[in-house]
Design a protein around this ligand. Structure first.
Ligand code: C2E
Ligand code: MG
Ligand code: MG
Ligand code: MG
Length: 292
């Protein structure tokens, strides 16, 4: 009897696993189709200069519009894209789309705007990242300094020789390099002095608790200090409250992004934000974007 129950449970469990496996395969198939048909969109979250209050640019964040499911968030499909290698063509599309958008915003008169894109580990080590970047910049006639690549500590720890080669090639092209989610990875100080990084992004887990947890505040302030002593720019991500903003400003953080100022939004909304901010600046209102 116990054996029967065990067998039943075993069958049930297997069936359950099959359902999961089938769902994964279906997801993979539709992700592959989406990559082929370039069915993604970018949303843009403004980055704001903490001294001037001006919008300096944005981070581009990928979204996958799926029939009947709305906008799928990257947390749902980036891991699978990484696992299957689909992240490489997907990431190339992101770079291409970001350069196209930069061209259009620069043409609209906002030539100071910079755009950051996220790069995944597999994309970074794929061998042709510098070529993909250089070609996209050239195709859209975008100045390299307007494009920023957000890298993570873990991808730089993999293969130090290759990492140096890729970073050097990217800096030769002239793009900006930043370290995303700083403080959550290996945080090896050795590579900070060896790798040609321009910016540190304080991870949101520290920013979230910056006014409530002394530990988080100490870490955030130390990252700001470390960045400045190394002549790097420092950006706080995930700023949600005025208190967090005040604390960061008081401690000399350079830029911030977060829901407190704006959530990621479609390109048209970002353009509207730039126009509105310019109008506000003209009337002496709260100035939030630089006039072109
Ligand atoms: P990330 O690069 O660290 O991006 C920041 C994430 O935090 C974004 O989530 C953003 O919407 C969210 N965020 C921004 N401000 C706030 C805030 O004030 N509060 C909270 N709670 N969250 C905030 P999103 O868009 O869901 O992206 C998640 C992650 O997916 C990104 O983390 C990045 O690692 C990855 N990702 C997004 N787009 C791409 C892409 O094009 N390529 C690659 N390889 N990864 C991407
Ligand atoms: Mg990022
Ligand atoms: Mg981040
Ligand atoms: Mg993150």
């Amino acid at each position: 009897q116990a054996k029967d129950r065990g067998r039943n449970r075993f069958c049930f469990y297997t069936a359950d696993m099959n359902v999961h496996a089938v769902a994964q395969l279906e997801l993979e198939a539709s992700l592959r189709r989406a990559v082929e048909r370039e069915e993604f969109v970018l949303h843009f979250q403004p980055k704001v200069d903490l001294r001037t209050g001006l919008v300096t640019g944005a981070e581009a964040l990928i979204r996958w519009p799926r029939e009947g499911r709305g906008l799928e968030s990257p947390a749902r499909f980036i891991p699978l894209a990484e696992k299957t290698g689909l992240i490489v063509p997907m990431g190339a599309w992101v770079i291409e789309a970001a350069c196209r958008q930069l061209r259009s915003w620069h043409d609209a008169g906002w030539s100071h705007l910079r755009l950051a894109v996220n790069v995944s580990g597999r994309q970074f080590h794929s061998g042709d990242l510098p070529i993909v970047v250089a070609q996209a910049l050239a195709r859209h006639d975008v100045p390299a300094g307007a494009l920023e690549l957000e890298l993570t500590e873990s991808m730089l720890m993999d293969d130090p020789e290759q990492t140096i080669a890729v970073l050097t090639a990217l800096k030769r092209i002239g793009v900006q390099l930043s370290l995303d989610d700083f403080g959550t990875g290996y945080s090896s100080f050795a590579y900070l002095s060896r790798f040609p990084i321009d910016t540190l992004k304080i991870d949101q887990s520290f920013v979230r608790n910056i006014v409530t947890e002394p530990q988080a505040a100490v870490i955030a302030v130390s990252i700001i200090d470390l960045a400045h002593r190394l002549q790097l720019k420092v950006v706080a991500e995930g700023v949600e409250t005025e208190a967090q903003l005040g604390y960061l400003r008081q401690h000399d953080c350079d830029e911030m992004q977060g829901y407190y100022f704006a959530k990621p939004m479609p390109a048209e909304s970002f353009s509207e934000l730039m126009v509105t901010a310019k109008a506000l600046a003209g009337t002496g209102g709260r100035q939030t974007a630089a006039p072109p």
